[in-house]
Ligand binder design. Structure first.
Ligand code: ZN
Length: 422
């Protein structure tokens, strides 16, 4: 079965150039071949054709919290956003913390319409006390380890986990947060926390953990990846560690690039996430950190919740917003269209860098012979972000109602259409 995607525009040596792709049996057979026919032909009408996006930070909620999201709905939301591979976090019930549970999780993940890389937790039940069997979980298929949702308070647990993972050559992805310093915090300790009269989350809760963990990472040689950096000081620490040769990488979320605490308006629970939106200076430091190479990639931290949960008070509503379906369009509109970033940079941070740094071989490359994991975006037409278009069960987004460019036209995984705009 062959499929010709013709009349697209793709990035060739950093420039948007005419591109057609011939796909054969799920792989890329050729780029810009002089042919006009195939078993199936789709005219892209000059839309932007890219390697599929890769999101290393997604919460799919199944098993345990399927009122918020399922593997099917979460993966459909990812496909709607142009993602062809996603890293699924382990804060599930049960958490995939034994080989048996992990293999069961892998079975469940077959429901997905995109490729799932499954995280295993660092500690049993993600409780921060007893390490998992890293070797057995690696054998079961874990690509990385994370207790995301919680920080690991015990330095000895963290140090030993890093020693073990350094030997195994797998990354430790850290939700860097000292829970003794965040306890009860709702918004960043700043003007918004004051305005809404809720307890603040001091930025040292993040930076002090990163400082400690960078020291431990340097001593062990592990690949230490910091999830969702949110403060200028975190980025400064990581920049210094990189200059000293520490094997550290980090990610930033679209919302920490697009929003800060001064932008919280209307229903404030739609702006409540962990780590919280920080100051203007922190937001600008996130943008600068990407540009100077300190921040390696963008990941959404897609965190669906039900409407009822987000309707609670600001203090009791859960943390997190959905992100899969809006990430590319929001970042394209805000940063690429006005010329702050190039399209090549955005694709690097959302596709090439995550797959290279996490060695997700042959996922999402536009090279002959590679799997046909492809996303097509409409960069010309303005569209409005609407909850009714979301395929996620979660509608908890502060971006609903915004006008953006870069809506997804179609997404293909192994040459198969997994999303197509009506
Ligand atoms: Zn997290």
């Amino acid at each position: 079965m062959s499929l010709l995607l013709k009349n697209g525009l793709g990035l060739l040596e950093g420039k948007l150039s005419p591109m057609s792709l011939l796909l054969q049996d799920g792989r890329i057979q050729g780029i810009n071949l002089p042919i006009e026919t195939a078993d199936q032909v789709i005219d892209l009408h000059h839309a932007f054709v890219s390697s599929g996006l890769v999101d290393l930070h997604v919460h799919l909620r199944e098993p345990g919290f399927t009122n918020k999201e399922t593997i099917l709905t979460g993966s459909k939301a990812a496909a709607h956003g142009g993602f062809t591979t996603i890293g699924a976090m382990a804060n599930l019930n049960p958490a995939p913390d034994t080989p048996t549970r992990f293999l069961k999780q892998q079975q469940l993940n077959r429901e997905a319409v995109v490729k799932i890389k499954q995280y295993a937790p660092v500690t049993q039940k993600r409780a921060g006390k007893l390490p998992v069997d890293f070797t057995a979980l690696r054998q079961a298929g874990a690509f990385a380890f994370s207790d995301d949702g919680s920080g690991i308070a015990d330095a000895r647990v963290m140090y030993q986990a890093m020693q073990k993972l350094a030997k195994l050559g797998l990354p430790l992805c850290d939700h860097a947060q000292d829970m003794t310093l965040t306890a009860g915090g709702v918004l960043n300790a700043g003007p918004a926390a004051k305005k809404y009269a809720v307890p603040g989350v001091d930025k040292v809760s993040e930076t002090s953990q990163i400082a400690r963990n960078l020291v431990l990472a340097a001593a062990t040689g592990v690949h230490y990846h910091v999830c969702h950096v949110s403060t200028k000081e975190s980025i400064d620490l990581i920049r210094f560690a990189k200059s000293q040769g520490v094997h550290v990488t980090c990610e930033v979320t679209p919302h920490h690039l697009l929003l800060d605490e001064t932008m919280i308006v209307g229903e404030a629970t739609q702006y409540k996430m962990n780590p919280p939106l920080r100051s203007v200076q922190d937001r600008l430091a996130c943008v600068a950190g990407l540009l100077d190479g300190t921040i390696d990639l963008i990941a959404t931290d897609h965190a669906p919740h039900t409407a009822a949960e987000k309707k609670q008070s600001l203090s009791t509503a859960p943390n997190g917003i959905v992100g899969s379906e809006t990430a590319f369009a929001l970042l394209y509109t805000t940063f690429v269209k006005p010329g702050v970033w190039s399209l090549t940079q955005l694709i690097k941070w959302m596709s090439t860098a995550p797959q290279t740094l996490f060695q997700l071989n042959h996922v999402g490359q536009l090279h002959r012979g590679d799997p046909a994991d492809i996303a097509v975006f409409d960069l010309k037409t303005a569209t409005k972000i609407q909850a009714s278009d979301f395929l996620s069960k979660g509608h908890n987004s502060p971006f609903i109602g915004q006008t953006v460019y870069g809506a997804t036209v179609m997404t293909l995984v192994d040459g198969k259409l997994v999303y197509r705009r009506d």
